[in-house]
Design a protein around this ligand. Structure first.
Ligand code: SAH
Ligand code: TMP
Ligand code: ZN
Length: 405
């Protein structure tokens, strides 16, 4: 039986999605025979409430100089991080001399807002290609994996931080105790940790199983985060639900007793217990719902193809890797996937090897149906694609329900 990455308790996996490739591992045909696969299995630890992957590929297989996800590809995410940064500046930065550290800073989508105001900042971004984009924008960035050892070096070189930020990266890191020891090393006594990740409550409620892939080794809840930081003398002081990535949660954490605790903390902890996130039954139900969702989506796509209609995937997202491979879809079902990211274009999707083509291929020859893999950018995309819809084009969506619209 696998052992919990947080508390070492043994647990049983509740779902097995089968063999999966690296979710962001878009590849050339010449590399098909070298493609890496692992078993995507998820479990719930009833001792500390952490939902986690049983096996995660080693970090260099996912985060390296060919990392395919550039945060800046979405305008709405840029606005989201501008607002995030403004909130931090207004509420948590003590003075102009403050120091902000962000891990998983990617192309600088968040830190650019601090850099513009001349605020001392440092980004930690191990994937060299995306880190380089940030450096070119004038954002101080080091290309390393954050952990306890690195934090000691940061303190020596730059001093202690007032705020520690992380968006969509804490849930990527299996060695949480080393990360939080590092945070404790790095943070001023009254400093605050603010991070956000896809939220277990939304994933379970809307069967958003595509949030489950190699990078997301944890699916956090307030319950699991409370337990985790409690072991390090820290506590949740506030929580804020976010609409990003199909539903995320932002956690505000400080050393115990240093900051006032918002009533929202109690509210969410109680809500999670009411929902049953602290009991194995809900995870069994989730597994069955994943199967229902898969069969429904596959049925819909096969029907459309039987009628001779053309389907193109819209956006080669990392999370589409789980959907495509779990549903057993291939290039007979989806002709190609259109994506605006140059590094993905001309390559093939992980596992199923569906061609990824530039956006223009979609734009210049509309399909009958577009399968929306980037539902988290739905507002932005619907705005942009009025012409496709006016031309009679239809969307296949699968969050929160499977439907054609
Ligand atoms: N914060 C951005 C990027 C999220 S993608 C956003 O929300 O859009 C996750 C990023 O975390 C990747 O760029 C990856 O290279 C980085 N990362 C992975 N492990 C890390 C670690 N141990 N320390 C710092 N960054 C890490
Ligand atoms: P994400 O869902 O993980 O944020 O990934 C977004 C992907 O979607 C990225 O590869 C870029 C692509 N994309 C498009 O192709 N067109 C768009 O309009 C948007 C918003 C994203
Ligand atoms: Zn545990």
């Amino acid at each position: 039986m696998p052992e919990c990455l947080i508390c070492k308790t043994y647990y049983e996996p509740f779902v097995n999605f089968g063999k999966m490739p690296i979710a962001n591992g878009f590849l050339f045909e010449k590399d098909f025979n070298k493609e890496y696969f692992y078993d995507l299995k998820v479990g719930y630890c009833s001792n500390c409430h952490m939902v986690q992957l049983v096996d995660q590929p080693e970090r260099e297989k996912m985060f390296n100089e060919n990392y395919a996800f550039f945060s800046g590809t979405s305008k709405n995410m840029a606005i989201h991080f501008r607002d995030f940064a403004e909130g931090v500046i207004n509420d948590y930065l003590p003075s102009k001399n403050a120091f902000v550290v962000e891990i998983g800073s990617n192309d600088g989508i968040m830190l650019q807002n601090f850099a513009l105001r001349g605020i001392k900042h440092l980004g930690i971004e191990p994937s060299k290609n995306v880190a380089e984009v940030a450096v070119k924008k004038g954002i101080n960035t080091i290309s390393e994996f954050f952990d306890k050892d690195l934090s000691k070096k940061i303190v020596e070189e730059y001093g202690k931080a007032d705020v520690f930020l992380a968006a969509n990266v804490m849930c990527h890191i299996p060695y949480q105790h080393s990360v939080i020891d590092g945070i404790n090393e790095l943070l001023m006594p009254g400093g605050v940790v603010i991070f956000e990740d896809p939220y277990l409550g939304n994933i379970i409620k809307n069967t958003i199983y595509d949030q489950i892939y190699d990078e997301h080794v944890f699916l956090f809840s307030a319950l699991s985060i409370k337990n985790l930081f409690d072991k390090h003398g820290m506590e949740i002081i506030d929580l804020q639900a976010q609409e990003t990535h199909g539903g995320s949660m932002r956690y505000y954490i400080a050393r115990k007793g240093m900051r006032k605790i918002s009533p929202k903390v109690k509210y969410y902890l109680e809500k999670e217990i009411e929902m049953g996130l602290n009991a194995p039954e809900i995870y069994e139900k989730f597994r069955m719902e994943c199967e229902v969702y898969r069969d429904k989506l596959v049925g819909l796509i096969k029907d459309i193809r039987k009628n001779g209609k053309r389907i193109v995937g819209y956006a080669a997202t990392s999370k589409s890797t789980t959907i495509i491979n779990y549903c057993g879809l291939n290039s007979n079902d989806i002709q190609f996937i259109s994506d605006t990211t140059p590094i993905k274009q001309g390559k093939f999707s992980p596992g199923a090897h569906i061609p990824v083509k530039p956006y223009e291929e979609f734009k210049n020859n509309y399909p009958d149906y577009a399968l929306l893999f980037a539902y988290n950018h739905s507002n932005e995309i619907m705005q942009k694609e009025k012409e496709f819809m006016n031309a009679g084009g239809k969307w296949i969506v699968y969050v929160p329900e499977i439907m054609v619209k």
